[in-house]
Design a protein around this ligand. Structure first.
Ligand code: NAG
Ligand code: NAG
Ligand code: NAG
Length: 334
């Protein structure tokens, strides 16, 4: 029914409307001012933007990263060291993959990403070995870290790396852990993909059926290929052994790289020129083909030379003082 208004009624209505508009506007201003104050960034450890090295390019789809001194129980890694690493790695890649939770490595990495305001997605790993206390300690760390930082920078969670290859867990036990982690993340309200990574040769449809994405370590070096064949060998191995059996499930090369020092493996020879050759022949071609991969690895690991072999310790793209060993091609990835 039409409202029959008088001038007086209309004037009162206008006055009320004006007051309401002013009230809402000041409310909004107050809200935004307090919100601004509340979300004001805490004093940043580096108020100046990170100087960009013109020789670095964001041409790696992903990079594997083990911070120095993150081996339990010795643990000597510090926030500051990891932040310095991330300043360099953020100029090379939008994705990192960690190997474990110990020594606060995941927390320090996510904190560095936050402080530096760089958009890096991370695969977190619960390291799996033959000691169940390792799993308990690291899975507790995983959930508290995700609780603290939220899911936005987490690309996936990996339960173990090469644990089947080392024969440190049965298939049934690893599948149970993967299901348990997936369940708990869902319980927290997060749809984060859960997976494991292992050698390409260990992949089969049964393993793949337990994973949200297929992640295999594919090393032309350990296949003994000549460096001149390494890129082609990697692409065809990945296609045949991981992509095809995954039947549309996302497939990722969780490790691919080339060492610069150590014993040769048949035709494969470790050297800086060969790393350069492999970077040049693999990187931009993989990006062009949209093959997702994590380069192995960010930084040399002197602790691996001590604990294992010279070869194991010398896969870094960067030296321990964060200098690139080779020229980085410029073929940016998103
Ligand atoms: C656990 O694994 C380590 C390293 O692979 C090995 O040295 C050790 O003998 C294993 N222990 C058991 C109980 O299987
Ligand atoms: C398992 O790891 C814990 C913590 O590092 C250690 O105390 C314990 O001795 C280990 N157990 C075995 C059987 O190696
Ligand atoms: C890979 O193989 C193709 C054809 O088989 C060849 O044209 C190309 O040069 C090879 N690439 C490398 C890096 O060997």
């Amino acid at each position: 029914m039409p409202f029959k208004s008088t001038h007086r009624v209309r004037n009162i209505s206008i006055a009320i409307a004006v007051i309401a508009v002013i009230a809402v506007a000041s409310g909004l201003i107050a809200y935004f001012v307090t919100r601004e104050n509340k979300s004001a960034p805490s004093p940043s450890p580096s108020p100046h933007p990170t100087p960009q090295n013109p020789n670095l390019h964001k041409s790696f789809w992903g990079i594997n990263y083990t911070p120095l001194n993150s081996q339990y129980p010795a643990c000597g890694s510090k926030q500051q060291d990891i932040t310095e690493d991330i300043k360099v790695l953020a100029q090379l890649t939008p994705r990192l993959r960690l190997y474990g939770m110990d020594c606060q490595q995941a927390e320090f990495t996510l904190q560095a990403i936050k402080d530096l305001k760089v958009d890096i997605k991370v695969i977190l790993t619960i390291w799996v070995d033959n000691n169940s206390t390792t799993y308990q300690r690291q899975s507790a760390d995983l959930f508290s870290t995700i609780q603290k930082f939220g899911p936005d920078q987490i690309y996936a969670v990996s339960v173990g790396n090469e644990a089947f290859f080392r024969k440190e867990i049965t298939h049934e036990d690893l599948y149970a852990r993967i299901a348990d982690v997936r369940q708990k993340l869902k319980g927290m309200g997060y749809e984060i993909p859960v997976t494991t990574s292992d050698l390409g040769s260990i992949y089969n449809p049964e393993l793949i059926s337990h994973l949200d994405l297929s992640m295999a370590n594919i090393h032309p070096y350990f296949a003994g290929t000549l460096v001149s064949d390494a890129a082609n060998w990697t692409f065809s191995y990945f296609q045949q052994n991981i992509v095809q059996p995954s039947q549309g499930k996302q497939s990722v090369i969780s490790e691919v790289g080339w060492p610069t020092k150590g014993d040769p493996d048949r035709g494969a020879v470790a050297s800086v020129p060969n790393l350069q050759y492999f970077v040049d022949s693999f990187l931009c071609e993989a990006n062009r083909r949209k093959v997702p991969y994590f380069w192995f690895e960010a930084i040399d690991g002197p602790w691996k030379t001590q604990q294992f072999t010279v070869l194991e310790g010398n896969w870094g793209l960067l030296t321990t003082d964060r200098q690139p060993k080779v020229k980085i091609p410029n073929c940016p990835v998103a």
